[in-house]
Write a protein that binds this ligand. Structure first.
Ligand code: PEP
Length: 251
């Protein structure tokens, strides 16, 4: 049984006082972690506040990115070792905005996936069809490459823990989410890819999320699909009331 997982991605938004105010509004309103797991991905400057809050809450803390080296002369980068030491649980990797604006490649994402796992955190690997469009004409083939590249050299026991986000870039921040059928088809294809790379035990344990214009109206139907284990919400995670409605979808 895969526990549903809902992740808010704050991106480069909010100030420290807004973060603290947001977290205060979640107190005592989060779902039972045995039924629904929730996390927020925040900028490194807010992670100390977030991890401190998470110590007394079922909420999990996620970074939005990190580097693949633990320490050294890499000015401006974020160490996975330091994130883990701070109590961060998850690290989002390969978000389409990172690929688009910061030239993230499947190769560097693979190094980051291993660095995150080596530091006892769980990667949330984002992918979508635009990442291999040039190489794969058959649309059923599109997502195989970013998933298999990201997982190169990752052991079976580590692969079971990972989370994959299907995040069509055309749906991110546009207000136009993928349809329920498109989402199920994509998440099913991702699960099949994991099965082929590893085995059905791993494929059945990996959680696959949908992200792209999720809101409190469409989240529940998307999450009801067989291969969709939860959602990633960007814009909707910036308003505590809307985020609370999404995470408390089980009455
Ligand atoms: C995201 O960027 O991860 C995302 C899902 O954004 P939005 O919900 O705003 O489309």
């Amino acid at each position: 049984m895969r526990t549903p997982f809902i992740v808010g991605n704050w991106k480069m938004n909010l100030t420290l006082s807004e973060v603290n105010d947001f977290l205060k509004q979640l107190t005592d309103k989060l779902p039972d972690i045995k039924k629904v797991e929730c996390a927020i991905a925040a900028s490194p400057i807010f992670l100390e506040s977030l991890t401190n809050y998470c110590k007394n809450s079922p909420l999990k803390a996620s970074a939005e990115n990190c580097f693949y080296k633990d320490k050294g002369a890499y000015t401006g980068e974020v160490s996975p070792y330091a994130l883990s030491d701070m109590g961060v649980d998850y690290v989002m990797l390969g978000h389409s905005e990172r690929r688009k604006y910061f030239n993230e490649s499947n190769k560097s994402i693979n190094k980051k996936v291993k660095a995150v796992l080596n530091n006892h955190m769980i990667p949330i690997i984002c992918c979508d069809e635009t990442m291999t469009k040039q190489k794969h004409d058959d649309h059923m083939d599109w997502v195989v490459n970013p998933v298999s590249e990201a997982l190169k050299g990752v052991s079976v026991s580590d692969a079971k823990k990972i989370v994959i986000g299907y995040e069509p870039s055309w749906a991110i921040g546009t207000g136009k989410s993928a349809s329920v059928n498109e989402t199920q088809e994509a998440c099913c294809l991702i699960r099949k890819t994991i099965d082929e790379l590893y085995n059905d035990d791993v494929a059945n344990q990996v959680r696959i999320l949908y992200g792209g214009s999720v809101n409190d109206k469409n989240a529940q139907e998307l999450m009801q699909q067989k291969d969709v284990d939860g959602v990633l919400a960007g814009t909707a995670s910036l308003k505590p009331k809307e985020f609370l409605k999404i995470i408390n979808y089980i009455k």
